[in-house]
Design a protein around this ligand. Structure first.
Ligand SMILES: [Fe+2]
Length: 245
């Protein structure tokens, strides 16, 4: 059930979301945790924040981080073992955060994709521009039986002045996952404003920490005192709940 508001104003933790579905704590395979110790420290912080299940979603980018499903799953086993040895009992899983590049299209055609429970597929776009065939790509994912989740839509600044593009994508089946730290202003004022606007317009289905390191998990604590954020814990049934296995 929900973590209730302390004195009606601030939250005890992020337990109302139950599962974190976007984070970079697998060690040494992207720009997140560098070492196994970093991984365990981030996981411990997320557990302390109240999460009951955690998923790692390392970047998969043809140019920068050409991770394969096999390397990701092997990294998860290493982290699971280390976490278990340190008494961490929260279930740990993995999917990936796929950049919509040419490599992605190949993986989609070969069904070589790691998904969250329920066939949810986390994807991201370049911060410079959307792929020219973005609508077709989301259509293809759905035709293949995936439920695509667009990671941090609020961070694609090229959509900020064309907000209708968000509605258009959403109407065509793209689920939106906002970063919790965007609500806190971590990525700047305009990203923060768009994040809240997406929430207020009912376009958001899930929240993720997108935690890459402990500076992120520490900053997540600051969000708990934000009254506007606290109100979200009672606002709707965020889809994060569906990822509890
Ligand atoms: Fe991410």
């Amino acid at each position: 059930m929900f973590e209730f508001l302390r004195r009606g104003k601030s939250l005890d933790g992020l337990g109302f979301l139950q599962a974190d579905m976007h984070a970079h704590w697998l060690p040494g395979i992207d720009d997140g945790a560098a070492t196994l110790n970093d991984s365990v420290a981030i996981i411990r912080d997320l557990v302390d924040l109240g999460y009951q299940q955690l998923y790692a979603t390392p970047h998969v980018m043809a140019d920068l981080y050409p991770n394969s499903s096999a390397t990701i799953l092997a990294a998860l086993e290493t982290v699971r073992e280390a976490a278990q040895n340190q008494g961490i009992t929260v279930p740990l899983g993995t999917a990936a955060e796929y950049l919509l590049d040419e490599g992605f299209l190949q993986r989609l055609e070969q069904d070589d994709l790691l998904t969250l429970p329920g066939n949810y597929l986390l994807v991201e776009m370049s911060f410079v521009s959307a792929p020219p065939d973005v609508h077709e790509l989301f259509f293809k994912m759905q035709m293949k039986g995936y439920r695509p989740i667009l990671a941090h839509p609020e961070r694609y600044r090229y959509y900020h002045t064309t907000f209708d593009q968000y509605r258009f994508l959403h109407e065509r089946g793209a689920l939106f996952q906002v970063n919790l730290l965007s609500l806190n202003g971590h990525y700047g004022k305009s990203v923060q404003q768009i994040a809240w606007k997406l929430v207020d317009e009912g376009l958001v289905s899930m929240f993720g920490t997108d935690a890459h390191h402990r500076a992120h998990t520490k900053e997540l604590r600051q969000l708990l005192g934000n009254r506007r954020f606290a109100a979200l814990s009672k606002q709707q049934d965020w889809l994060n709940h569906h990822l509890i296995k």
